[in-house]
Design a protein around this ligand. Structure first.
Ligand code: FAD
Length: 376
C-alpha cells in the first residue's frame, strides 16, 4: 500500500468523523478496524443527537456544528435521520418543578423549550398514561439517526466517493511515528489518529492509565417492531434524566429533585439508570440505559437492571408490544469532568477519545477541530 496522509485506527463514529474531515481537507486516508464492521459503542447507542442536552455556550455550539455535519453526511450517504424531538415527562411535583424552572432559565438561549400541561401531552406522543403524568417539557432539538445503518453507510460512502481505503478485520498491534504494525502487515502514514473508543489497553496503555481513564458499561434493550404501524415520534425521558442532563443544571429545584430520587429511586441511582425510549426506522423501540463505572465493569447483564429500566418506562408510556427481543451491553471511555481527551503519545500520533458518552452528538465537531489543528 502506498503511504497515506492520515491513518485512522477504529471505524466507530470518531474514526469515521476524522476520515470525513480529512478527505474534506484534501488528504488521503486509510482506516483500520479490527472487526469486520463497526461493533463498538457507535452501533450500540440510541442514535440520539442530543443537542437539547447541552449546556448553552461552547457545548451547545459544538453540538450544533456537529449536527450540521450529520445533516450533510446523511444526505450524501443515504442515512435515515429525523428530527424526533424530545419529551421529558413529570410524574412527581419535584420533577414538574424542575421542568417549569428549566423553561424559564433556558428562555434566552438557543434551546426551543415548551412547557406542556398534562392535557397537551397526547399531541406529542401516543399511549401516555395521562392520569399519572403532571406535564412535560418538549424540545424539538433532538435528532435520531439509524445508528447501525449509519456507520455502515458512511464507511461505504467514504470508500466509494472519496477513495478512503478501509481495512476491516485488521488489528493494529502497535503504532510508532509514521508506521502501524497490523495483522495485515506494516503500513505507513504521515499522521496517525487513534479512535479506539474504550479500547485503551493495547495502544499506549500507560498514557491512558496515567490520566485515570476508565470505562462505563451500559445496558440496553429493544422491542420487536410495534404492531399496526404504531408511531412514537420523540425520545421519551423521565425524571431520572433531569438529574443527568446539563440542560437542568441551573434549575434552583434540582437539589430537591435529587433528594426525592434518593428516597424513591435508590435502586435506579445505584445502577445509574435513567430511562430513554425511541423508535427505530423498522418500528422497534430502543430502551435504555444504566451506567456502571470503573476499570473493569462486570461485563455481564443483569435482569434486575432490565426490570428497573422497564418498570420506570411503563410509568411513562404503554407500548403496544412491550416484549423484549434484543438485549445488549455497550461501553464507552470515561473520565469524570472531561468531555473529550486528545493525547499526543508520540510524534505524529494523536489519540482522540470521547469520555462523556456523547460521541454521536459531538464527534463531528471534535474531529473537525483535530484535523484543523493537525493540518491547518
Ligand atoms: C449504550 C450506549 C448508548 C449511548 N447513547 C448515545 C447517544 O444516544 N448519543 C450520543 O451522542 N452518544 C451516545 N453514546 C456514546 C457514543 O456511542 C460514543 O461516545 C461513541 O460511539 C464513541 O465512538 P468511538 O468511535 O470513539 O468508539 P467505538 O464506536 O467504540 O469505536 C472504536 C472502534 O475502534 C476499534 N479498535 C479499537 N482498538 C483497535 C485496534 N487496536 N485495532 C483496530 N481497531 C481497533 C474497535 O473495534 C471499535 O470498532 C452511547 C454509548 C453507549 C455505549
Amino acid at each position: 500500500m502506498k503511504q497515506v496522509d492520515v491513518a485512522i485506527v477504529g471505524a466507530g463514529i470518531m474514526g469515521l468523523a476524522h476520515a470525513i474531515h480529512a478527505v474534506r481537507a484534501g488528504l488521503t486516508v486509510a482506516v483500520f478496524e479490527r472487526s469486520p464492521e463497526a461493533r463498538g459503542a457507535s452501533v450500540r447507542n440510541f442514535g440520539m443527537l442530543a443537542v437539547v442536552a447541552q449546556a448553552p455556550g461552547k457545548q451547545l455550539d459544538a453540538a450544533q456544528r456537529s449536527l450540521a455535519c450529520w445533516q450533510e453526511v446523511a444526505l450524501h450517504a443515504g442515512i435515515a435521520m429525523r428530527r424526533a424531538g424530545c419529551l421529558f415527562l413529570a410524574r412527581a411535583p419535584e420533577e414538574m418543578q424542575v421542568l417549569e424552572e428549566s423553561a424559564v432559565v433556558n428562555r434566552d438561549n438557543d434551546h426551543s423549550l415548551e412547557l406542556l400541561p398534562r392535557s397537551a401531552l397526547s399531541d406529542y406522543a401516543p399511549n401516555l398514561p395521562s392520569d399519572q403524568l403532571l406535564g412535560g417539557l418538549w424540545s424539538a432539538d433532538a435528532w435520531k439517526v439509524d445508528q447501525r445503518q449509519a456507520l455502515a453507510r458512511i464507511a461505504d460512502w467514504l470508500q466509494s466517493e472519496h477513495g478512503v481505503s478501509f481495512h476491516f478485520s485488521t488489528n493494529v498491534h502497535s503504532v510508532t511515528t509514521g508506521a502501524l504494525e497490523t495483522s495485515a502487515g506494516t503500513f505507513k502514514a504521515g499522521q496517525i489518529i487513534l479512535c479506539g473508543g474504550d479500547e485503551f489497553e493495547t495502544l499506549f496503555p500507560d498514557t491512558f492509565r496515567a490520566l485515570g481513564v476508565t470505562r462505563c458499561q451500559l445496558q440496553m434493550l429493544r422491542t420487536p417492531p410495534q404492531p399496526d404501524n404504531w408511531q412514537l415520534k420523540p425520545f421519551i425521558l423521565g425524571g431520572l434524566s433531569m438529574t443527568r442532563y446539563n440542560l437542568f443544571e441551573t434549575c434552583p429545584s434540582l437539589p430537591a429533585l435529587k433528594d426525592y430520587q434518593k428516597t424513591h429511586y435508590a435502586s435506579h441511582l445505584a445502577h445509574g439508570v435513567h430511562v430513554i425510549a425511541c423508535q427505530e426506522p423498522d418500528g422497534s423501540i430502543t430502551i435504555g440505559d444504566s451506567h456502571a463505572y470503573g476499570d473493569a465493569p462486570d461485563g455481564g447483564r443483569s435482569d434486575e437492571i432490565d426490570q428497573l429500566i422497564l418498570s420506570d418506562l411503563s410509568g411513562m408510556i404503554a407500548l403496544p408490544d412491550p416484549r423484549i427481543s434484543q438485549r445488549w451491553i455497550g461501553h464507552y471511555a470515561y473520565l469524570p469532568s472531561r468531555e473529550t481527551l486528545i493525547l499526543l503519545p508520540t510524534d505524529g500520533v494523536t489519540a482522540v477519545t470521547m469520555t462523556n458518552g456523547q460521541g454521536m452528538t459531538h464527534g463531528f465537531s471534535v474531529a473537525e477541530d483535530v484535523i484543523q489543528d493537525l493540518f491547518g
